[in-house]
Design a protein around this ligand. Structure first.
Ligand SMILES: [Fe+2]
Length: 351
């Protein structure tokens, strides 16, 4: 791995090196910034980045990408301006590591802030927030308040369930978790029963499933917790408040082992030119203050023990999260994706 100093010198050239040496701290101060390559929507991370700049004086620059982030960093090579990578989903965190565009971070503060099950054992990525994949259930038509993922394949629920595509990252992570707990054979049997219970072909996004429950198309759906908060408090699209009011959250367990959670997270880019500032940002994002901002503004669960979720999220009930390490779950993602195809989940019921 080339040193940051080495790659910086290459870029600056001889005269600039002389200037840097003469200017010393001044030049260093002018460089206090962090470049962020993000799969997360800019508006979701702005509050926490603003707080970071306010606290440290370090500026941030965000490049938002909705695909190809790791390919881009790989193509940029040693000249990549990327310092910190922000993304949702364990699969994407695993992908940036596998692509070789991250570097290991061994930092006491970060390690103390983030529990081991939410970070890469080799320090190549770290979870920052958690979201639970729960059941959205019709308030009107579903009496029960408890349910397991296994119940979703019970023939008693025939014709009652809506989901987005089985190939979406959120569903693949859940199916991978089921494989990690149950093995492939049992999970495939479950998936066939689940498919038979669908009310329609998988379609739309998580919020669309709540809308379908509101419209009476189905009684049960799978969705992430934060969308419930985003719908409930949505002033710009108030019809979403009606969708949210039609559902209640049920935290399903995997045979009593808790609810599947996924994470959003961060990684240090392999050739981070502003390494020290990047580490400063990573420490900040793992801190109690940043965790609180995430909890309040985007309705996610903090990864740090002792930081409370928002009042909105607390109103869903108690989250008892599956404790199987996400790195273990991620290993089954490919098997989950192949299973979705084999079962024909996205073809809908009766196919
Ligand atoms: Fe999402």
């Amino acid at each position: 791995m080339p040193s940051i100093a080495g790659s910086a010198l290459l870029r600056l050239g001889a005269s600039a090196i002389a200037a840097t040496l003469v200017l010393g701290p001044l030049a260093a101060a002018a460089q206090e910034r962090v470049n962020i390559y993000s799969y997360r929507q800019p508006e979701l991370i702005k509050p926490v980045l603003d707080a970071f700049t306010e606290e440290t004086g370090i500026e941030t620059e965000v490049l938002f990408l909705d695909r190809g982030l790791e390919e881009r960093i790989a193509a940029e090579g040693v000249n990549s301006p990327a310092d910190v990578i922000l993304t949702v989903d364990i699969a994407r965190l695993a992908a940036v590591k596998d692509r070789g565009v991250t570097q290991a971070v061994d930092d006491e503060t970060i390690a103390a802030n983030i529990p081991a099950e939410y970070r890469d054992p080799e320090g190549e990525w770290f979870g920052l927030t958690r979201r639970a994949r729960v059941v959205y259930a019709s308030r009107e038509r579903v009496e029960q308040d408890e349910m397991s993922y296994a119940d979703l394949a019970d023939p008693a629920n025939e014709g009652r369930i809506c989901i987005r595509s089985g190939q979406h990252d959120y569903n693949l992570a859940l199916f991978a978790a089921l494989i990690a707990h149950w093995g492939e054979e049992k999970t495939e049997e479950w998936m066939r029963g689940f498919k038979a219970n669908l009310a329609r072909r998988p379609d739309g996004n998580d919020r669309g499933q709540a809308q379908a429950i509101f419209a009476g198309e189905c009684d049960l759906a799978l969705g992430n917790t934060y969308y419930v908060g985003l719908m409930r408090n949505n002033e710009s699209e108030p019809e979403q408040k009606d969708w949210e009011a039609a559902i209640k959250v049920i935290f399903p367990s995997i045979d009593g082992d808790g609810t599947h959670v996924n994470i959003s997270g961060m990684a240090l880019a392999r050739h981070a030119p502003n390494r020290e500032s990047a580490l400063e940002l990573m420490r900040f994002l793992s801190s109690e203050r940043a965790q609180q901002i995430y909890a309040e503004q985007v309705y996610e669960y903090p990864v740090m023990a002792g930081v409370e979720p928002s009042e909105t999220v607390k109103s869903f009930g108690e989250l008892n999260a599956d404790t199987l390490p996400l790195a273990d779950i991620a290993q089954h993602r490919r098997a989950a994706s192949e299973m979705v195809d084999r079962v024909g989940l996205d073809d809908g019921p009766g196919s």
